[in-house]
Design a protein around this ligand. Structure first.
Ligand SMILES: [Fe+2]
Length: 205
């Protein structure tokens, strides 16, 4: 009798990605609604007004992902689709995070729309990378990242990262938001320093 402690070998799975970012074969789908994003936007009064006008159940973004293992060698692949909108003057955004294992990198490839990948490091660097369909950004480890939709159609990215990366979603909230805000500027966009940002501190205050 042969015994082995080696993990099973997973079977390759073909994935079909639809025009709305839906993945045929996704193992997880989740949606974020306006009511889930309290404290995420800079202008709290504008957020409250937006909730009053649009309701807490307004869909802001949704994620389809495929994962076959949780170990360090596996990838999570998926799509994130962020619908267009503004809260006050701030463009629609995702909560954003730093990977729990901070050295884990992530690829984002824009499939549709016009957006920005907003990126900060714990030690104070900040950058914003504009993405249109066909553009990609290879986000190194140690960068906090968030998507922002600066267009007037859904902004969909294909992403992939190590399955053991994890996400720290509270880091940004503890810091008063990311270092930079992406605001509407006429029909375009501009980036301005976030006056509420107090710097990042891992592990909580
Ligand atoms: Fe990530």
């Amino acid at each position: 009798m042969i015994t082995s402690s080696a993990p099973p070998i997973d079977t390759p799975v073909p994935l079909r990605i639809g025009t709305d970012g839906e993945i045929d074969g996704a193992t997880r789908v989740y949606r974020k609604y306006l009511g889930d994003l309290g404290g995420v936007y800079y202008d709290a009064a504008a957020y409250d007004q937006h909730v009053g006008e649009q309701g807490r159940d307004l869909l802001v973004y949704y994620v389809h992902e495929h994962s076959y293992q949780s170990g360090p060698g596996a990838l999570v692949v998926g799509t994130s689709t962020l619908l267009p909108g503004v809260v006050g003057e701030e463009y629609a955004l995702t909560r954003g995070h730093l990977h729990e294992r901070a050295d884990r990198a992530e690829l984002y490839h824009c499939l549709r729309g016009h957006g920005v990948m907003l990126l900060d490091t714990i030690d104070g660097q900040s950058t914003a990378i504009e993405l249109r369909a066909g553009d990609a950004v290879n986000v190194p480890g140690h960068w906090v990242h968030r998507s922002v939709n600066i267009g007037d159609e859904p902004f969909t990215t294909l992403f992939s990262y190590n399955a053991d990366a994890g996400q720290d979603y509270e880091l940004i909230a503890r810091a008063g938001g990311m270092k930079t805000l992406i605001l509407r500027d006429g029909s375009g966009w501009r980036q301005v320093p976030n006056p509420k940002h107090t710097g990042y501190e891992r592990g909580g205050a």
